[in-house]
Write a protein that binds this ligand. Structure first.
Ligand code: PLP
Length: 483
């Protein structure tokens, strides 16, 4: 870390990126690259002697950039966006540059305290109840992903139940999610030892906007209780991955309470919209939740990775996850004991980055008002796109547009042949993506192949959405949509 080399090479990287961003919309959003295309260009072994940064950056430019899917392109509308921003990058640089490790308070006091402060700030911004914040007896932590956060909450719920039931009770524990919940709940349940046959996938339908209904969950829970099983954990989602559907948090919370279940609210994507008062009704009832998670790395201008997890009972989490090896024991009196947060006990990894710096810089730099304006701009653009679809008789909007996610497809022809219309929509998606002028992904709902358009890129402007609408219409004609 010679200061001159450090400054010079960092500047070279920043210059490289500063050139990349203005150019990014000129690249095909998704490359037409064949498997193995990059491996073929790379030597089999690393160099024996180090090489200059310029040579390395040149290779990034010539070999790697052409084979990237450009997630930061303003014409990237697939999956969910993964935001980058100047503040997110500045925060990440500070975090990586300082490279401290807040595994426990004694190991990094300021990084630990900043994390606790920033998750409380974020919780207040999105309207979480006090009991999920440190200021109200709960607390939060920054994970790398929702998947990790979910595993930790499942472990906490499991241990809380097994302290009552004894270890053999694990075979009786049941986890409930909907057919729209993220697959991470299934994976997490397996990881913490819940029998595969005890994972309930509850069906949703168009009638409830693809959200869970309390009746369907109650029926499943009561049937399990009647056969001697123990309801453990219920996932409610605010903004499902496929369709942006919302589960009724309050009703599910009351049901969870009655059956002693842990309620987790997964708002990985849509949680960012909760900073706007007009969306906060979606989290009504969060005071009944045991945990809530949101990914600022999706739609909150925070570069990868950053997932906020809040829990009502930090002790439930730390009882499941804490270890106290001698090599980590606190020798100074003031750093041990009650009220001290040791984040190693709030997640899986021991060594962990200083994520709080990144989220803190984003919050300081853009503020609540800036973030609200940012989210609302995307929502407005998504609604414009939805209106255009509705006004054009060839398309149907398949599920209500929630947040900034539009779900659409070409309508069936007069014969109503489902397979044919699915084929047509597949062709449309392939044609849009192959053009390189935009990128979207798909979902299947009620056996229908549908196209998902997520407006959430940090550099996406109305012009990009309008151009994409033109592109969709052009490709619809090319694939043979009926006029
Ligand atoms: N939950 C929802 C609703 C999601 O949309 C996603 C990812 O898109 C996840 C969970 C998983 O998030 P992560 O990739 O941070 O694990």
């Amino acid at each position: 870390l010679d200061p001159e080399t450090f400054a010079g090479e960092s500047r070279a990287v920043i210059n490289f990126l500063a050139e990349y961003y203005p150019d990014v919309e000129t690249y095909p959003v998704q490359p037409q690259s064949l498997p193995g295309c990059l491996r073929a260009l790379l030597p089999d072994a690393p160099p024996e002697n180090g090489e200059p940064i310029d040579v390395i950056l040149e290779e990034v430019r010539s070999h790697i950039v052409p084979a990237l899917t450009h997630w930061q392109s303003p014409k990237f509308f697939g999956y969910f966006s993964m935001n980058a921003s100047t503040a997110g990058f500045a925060g990440e640089m500070l975090s990586t540059g300082l490279n401290v490790v807040p595994l426990m308070r004694a190991a990094s006091p300021a990084a630990t305290e900043l994390e606790s402060a920033v998750v409380d700030w974020m919780g207040k911004l999105v309207g979480l109840p006090d009991r999920l914040l440190f200021s109200g007896g709960g607390g939060g932590v920054l994970h790398g992903s929702t998947c990790e956060a979910v595993v930790c909450t499942l472990a906490a719920a499991r241990d809380r139940a097994l302290s009552r039931l004894g270890h053999e009770g694990i075979l009786r524990l049941v986890v409930y999610a909907s057919d729209q919940s993220h697959s991470t709940f299934q994976k997490g349940a397996r990881i913490v030892g819940i029998p595969r046959s005890n994972f309930r996938v509850i069906r949703t339908s168009a009638a409830s906007g693809y959200g869970l209904t309390t009746d369907s969950v109650r029926d499943a829970v009561e049937a399990d209780v009647a056969s001697g099983l123990v309801p453990l954990y219920l996932c409610a989602t605010v903004g499902t991955t496929g369709l942006g559907a919302v589960d009724p948090v309050r009703d599910l919370g009351e049901l969870a309470r009655r059956h002693g279940m842990w309620l987790h609210v997964d708002a990985a994507y849509a949680g960012s919209a909760l900073i706007c008062p007009e969306f906060q009704h979606h989290i009504d009832g969060a005071e009944l939740a045991d945990s809530v998670s949101i990914n600022p790395h999706k739609w909150f201008l925070t570069n990868m990775e950053c997932c906020c997890l809040w829990v009502a009972s930090p002790v439930a989490l730390t009882s499941a996850l804490s270890t106290n090896p001698e090599y980590l024991s606190n020798v100074t009196e003031e750093s041990a004991g009650a009220g001290v947060v040791d984040y190693k006990d709030w997640q899986i990894a021991l060594s962990r980055p200083f994520r709080a710096m990144k989220l803190w810089v984003v919050l300081r730099r853009y503020g609540g008002a800036g973030m609200r304006a940012y989210v609302r701009r995307h929502v407005e653009m998504a609604r414009w796109f939805e209106q255009e679809l509705k006004a054009d008789g060839r398309f149907e909007v398949v599920a209500p547009t929630r947040f900034s996610l539009v779900i659409f497809r070409l309508r069936p022809g007069h014969d109503g042949d489902g397979d044919a219309v699915d084929g047509l929509n597949r062709k449309l998606l392939v044609a849009v993506n192959a053009s390189g002028r935009a990128f979207m992904t798909h979902f299947v709902v009620d056996d229908k192949f549908v196209i998902r358009m997520v407006v959430g890129g940090a550099m996406t402007e109305m012009q990009h959405v309008q151009d994409t609408w033109e592109l969709v219409r052009e490709k619809a004609e090319e694939v043979g949509a009926l006029p």
